[in-house]
Design a protein around this ligand. Structure first.
Ligand code: 2P0
Length: 343
């Protein structure tokens, strides 16, 4: 038996991905950009074992067996095994030949709420692809395979600041993640995650973005006219470590993503009244200082991700505690997370 265990962190998009031009290959209608969290924080851990004793491929997610025949899982398994076979045929490791004949058992656990809009599928598929690649000794560009598990997963294959370039080709060969700056680039950057609810979201991202593509004229305008220019500005703000610009662009992009959800028919609501209070709190805080000291971002759920620089953390956490006292909001907790490398 051969066994491998790896971890992959979640990533938080500051230029959001929402909408596909090809459902099967998972090709997006716009490029996106994210920050990968530190691997010691919100992460997925996956173990894979290959053995001649196993009679079929199987997978367990958070301790519960799931259907291995899910098409996206099958795509990832098939593509990694194809690369492994190619490597073997090119004269690679003899052991790979043997393992390729074995079935695998996969076990994946998240240390945070699954499917609550905290990018669980991103860390999950990134980890699955990376762990399988290690098992079979496959190296090189793997983000194309992770993308076929879940779009946002391709960005978790790298640490630091990562762009998913939408690409132009129909076969998706150029729809890849690339690192814009490494995790060491902006060590003062922090994220605070405010969990408004750990419940599973009502409308999943895959179905939600499909309806948005079909019905929202705003989404098309966003992809064609807003994102390309905003992407340039975002990359520049990161390169210059200009938090004021970075924060404003992050908040505007989150707001526009949720505007496209409202523009979807029937509309999708991911934000709730707690999210709205967090948005007000952030703007009041920034207004008090006359500059952008903190910036929110919300994905497909009501939980807030707040970006800030290290010197702001303690004071802002106190502000959050004042605005959301524990006795009235018992289901909330805070995590101050450093941004860091992916493995
Ligand atoms: C993002 N989200 O860029 C955006 C922002 C949610 C809001 O990527 O269908 O789970 O698996 O490609 O990757 C969520 O979409 O969807 C997502 P699929 P995915 O992070």
């Amino acid at each position: 038996m051969k066994k491998v265990t790896c971890t992959a962190p979640v990533n938080i998009a500051v230029i959001k991905y929402w909408g596909k031009r090809n459902e099967e290959l998972i090709l997006p209608i716009n490029s996106s950009l994210s920050v990968t969290l530190h691997q010691d924080q919100l992460k997925t851990t996956t173990s894979v074992a290959a053995s001649r004793e196993f009679t079929e491929d199987r997978i367990w997610l958070n301790g519960k067996e799931e259907n291995i025949n899910h098409p996206r899982l099958q795509s990832c398994l098939r593509e990694i095994r194809r690369l492994a076979r190619k490597r073997r045929n090119d004269g690679g490791d003899e052991n790979v030949s043997r393992i390729l004949n074995y079935k695998v058992h996969l076990c994946s656990v998240n240390n945070f709420p699954t499917a609550a809009g905290l990018a669980s599928s991103a860390a999950g598929y990134a980890c699955l692809v990376y762990t399988l690649a290690k098992l079979y000794g496959v190296e090189g560009e793997l983000s194309e395979i992770a993308r076929q598990g879940s779009g946002s997963a391709c960005r978790s294959m790298y640490g630091g600041f990562v762009q998913w370039v939408m690409g132009e080709k129909d076969d998706g060969k150029d729809s890849l993640a690339k690192q814009v700056e490494p995790e060491s680039h902006w060590p003062e950057l922090r994220v605070l995650i405010l969990v408004a609810t750990a419940e599973k979201k009502h409308v999943g991202s895959t179905a939600g973005m499909q309806t948005s593509v079909e019905t929202s004229p705003l989404l098309k305008l966003r992809a064609d006219l807003v994102v390309p220019e905003r992407m340039e500005a975002m990359i520049e703000s990161i390169r210059k470590k200009d938090f004021d610009a970075f924060g404003q662009l992050t908040m505007k992009d989150s707001n526009q993503f949720h505007a496209t959800c409202l523009d979807t028919y029937p509309p999708i609501f991911y934000l709730n009244n707690v999210s709205q209070r967090v948005i007000s709190m952030v703007h009041q805080y920034n207004t008090y200082y006359g500059q952008t000291k903190v910036a929110y971002s919300f994905d497909a759920g009501p939980n807030a991700v707040i970006f800030m620089l290290e010197p702001t953390v303690n004071e802002f956490v106190e502000v959050v505690k004042l605005c959301f006292p524990p006795e009235t909001n018992g289901d909330q907790y805070l995590k101050g997370l450093p941004v860091g490398p992916s493995t």
